[in-house]
Design a protein around this ligand. Structure first.
Ligand SMILES: Cc1cc2nc3c(=O)[nH]c(=O)nc-3n(C[C@H](O)[C@H](O)[C@H](O)COP(=O)(O)OP(=O)(O)OC[C@H]3O[C@@H](n4cnc5c(N)ncnc54)[C@H](O)[C@@H]3O)c2cc1C
Length: 470
């Protein structure tokens, strides 16, 4: 028997995890005056991440260095790059996965999310592909400026809210369910004591890998709760592989093209960068995964370039030259068989199995990457932007990518339970009062950093919950 420190923990909604997802959901749901319990395994400063330790297989994911266990979650050290997914990510292709909602439906939520993320120049309608011609253009990435550290920026709003009660050092260890597979209570370790939180609805917002690990542990304890959807928990882990120095651009007209075609239309703008992207038509025609090519190391010739150059200077700490390095940042196709999160045999201090993660790229990924990079080369040279030399290790499929680190796909959203873990409203197919929130629900990751979409989804979920509880 466990000692209960807080015997009467009850609320309308219990949110587990206080990263960008959990904090946004709490603040948005509080607007409808529902009572919220927000629980966080960490404290206001980083806590020991031993429970997050993982066995790694395949391409290194460096999970230990990446995730933070604290109020504000991993936004405590994220870089702040933000871009919406592309409309094409919401359409079907031969990679078979698609979002069961439309891009148009997401636009108003992106607009609202831009406020949380300090994206002052963001306008959803301008943010997708900007054309140089019908084959190639630019995708715009915004900077969160000043960068939103959720645990700092929203600390007062959370702690002073009449509707939110925040509990730190409170770790979800299990759920108890009734005969209809509804969560009756969340079992939470608070400072070494086991407690039950009773709520009408629960939101699991513990990050792209912990969401899966916690559900896998829950499934192990309750093998009869999940139906076919249980198969997908942990399956199809995706990141945005970053190939640094995939090749060089020997520039002739890069500055001219970039200035004329990517900035004239929108004037002198600040706090964003454009990366080269193949047009939606080219990607569709060639059935390609989404990707962008970043051109690093450029002598600034305009305010736009100055701002770009400054960021690159800060990021790379390299002197400028007319030869620029190319960074290929790309989507990875969902593959249940080659990349996944499982339970390791090792247990954490709460008795939960730790994570075992396997991250690999498939032949299909590589095939798309090589065709994309050759199309980039062809268009860049045709436009007289410059001459492109691709590194042999990449052409030989031997280059090892770095992790985003953007953890997606492990509890994916789908239109039916035979295809994923949560429905289009983020509710578990098998546990109807349990929502899963975060990049783990992404069925496709596109080539946009995930947090903007996570925050947009949190706002969308809050509106849905408001409707279901009113
Ligand atoms: C170095 C780095 C740079 C990045 N840069 C970018 C970027 O430029 N742009 C971008 O879009 N994204 C970036 N990311 C990714 C970004 O940090 C994540 O997308 C974002 O933090 C995810 O938010 P989240 O709320 O879903 O999860 P998290 O931020 O991981 O928060 C989850 C929270 O849940 C808590 N928790 C976990 N388990 C439990 C439990 N059992 N009980 C209670 N609480 C629990 C954790 O302690 C944590 O506070 C970066 C990540 C890293 C590591």
């Amino acid at each position: 028997m466990y000692k209960m420190k807080f015997p009467n923990l009850e609320s309308d909604i219990c949110i587990i995890g206080s990263g960008p997802a959990g904090i946004t959901a709490a603040l948005e749901i509080a607007k409808s005056k529902k009572s919220i319990l927000l629980i966080e395994a960490g404290d206001f400063s980083p806590k020991d991440i031993t429970p997050f330790e993982a066995e790694e297989h395949g391409i290194p994911t460096h999970l230990q260095a990446h995730r933070l266990r604290m109020f504000g979650g991993t936004s405590g050290h994220w870089a702040g790059w933000c871009s919406p997914l592309d409309a094409s990510n919401f359409q079907a292709n031969s990679f078979e996965n698609m979002w069961p909602i439309s891009y148009e439906e997401m636009i108003p939520y992106y607009d609202e999310a831009s406020e949380y993320l300090n994206l002052h120049s963001f306008r959803a309608d301008q943010a997708s592909h900007q054309r140089i011609n019908d084959k190639i253009g630019g995708k715009r990435f915004y900077f969160s400026s000043p960068v939103t550290r959720f645990g700092v920026q929203f600390k007062n709003a959370i702690l002073k809210s009449k509707h939110i009660r925040f509990l730190k050092q409170a770790t979800l260890v299990d759920f108890s369910v009734d005969q209809d597979s509804r969560v009756q209570s969340a079992i939470v370790d608070i400072e070494g004591t086991r407690n039950q939180i009773k709520a009408k609805q629960y939101i699991l917002a513990c990050g792209g890998i912990e969401n899966a690990r916690l559900l896998l542990n829950f499934k192990k304890q309750n093998p009869n709760v999940f139906q076919e959807d249980g198969f997908y928990i942990g399956k199809g882990f995706m990141d945005h592989p970053h190939f640094y120095n995939v090749g060089r651009l020997i520039s002739t007209g890069f500055n001219r093209i970039l200035n004329k075609s990517l900035t004239d239309e929108y004037g002198q703008t600040h706090k964003h960068q454009n990366f080269l992207q193949l047009s939606p038509e080219v990607r569709k025609e060639h059935d390609l995964l989404n990707s962008v090519l970043r051109i690093h190391d450029s002598a600034p010739e305009s305010e736009f370039e100055e701002q770009m150059a400054q960021t690159l200077k800060n990021n790379l700490n390299e002197p400028w030259s007319s030869s620029k390095s190319l960074v290929f940042m790309t989507e990875q196709a969902y593959s249940a068989d080659s990349s996944y999160v499982e339970l390791s045999a090792n247990k954490d201090s709460f008795g939960l199995n730790k994570t075992k993660i396997t991250w690999n790229l498939t032949e299909k990924d590589w095939d798309s990457y090589l065709r994309s990079i050759n199309l980039f080369k062809k268009e860049i040279e045709k436009q007289n932007i410059g001459y492109v030399k691709i590194n042999k290790t990449f052409l030989d499929r031997k280059a090892i990518p770095s992790a985003g680190p953007h953890h997606m796909g492990t509890t994916k959203m789908a239109s039916k339970r035979s295809k994923g873990v949560v429905n289009e409203n983020l509710a578990s197919f098998s546990v109807p009062n349990l929502y899963v929130l975060g990049s783990s629900v992404f069925p496709r990751g596109g080539c946009a950093n995930p947090t903007f979409t996570i925050v947009a989804l949190a706002i969308r979920l809050a509106k849905h919950i408001e409707k279901t509880l009113s």
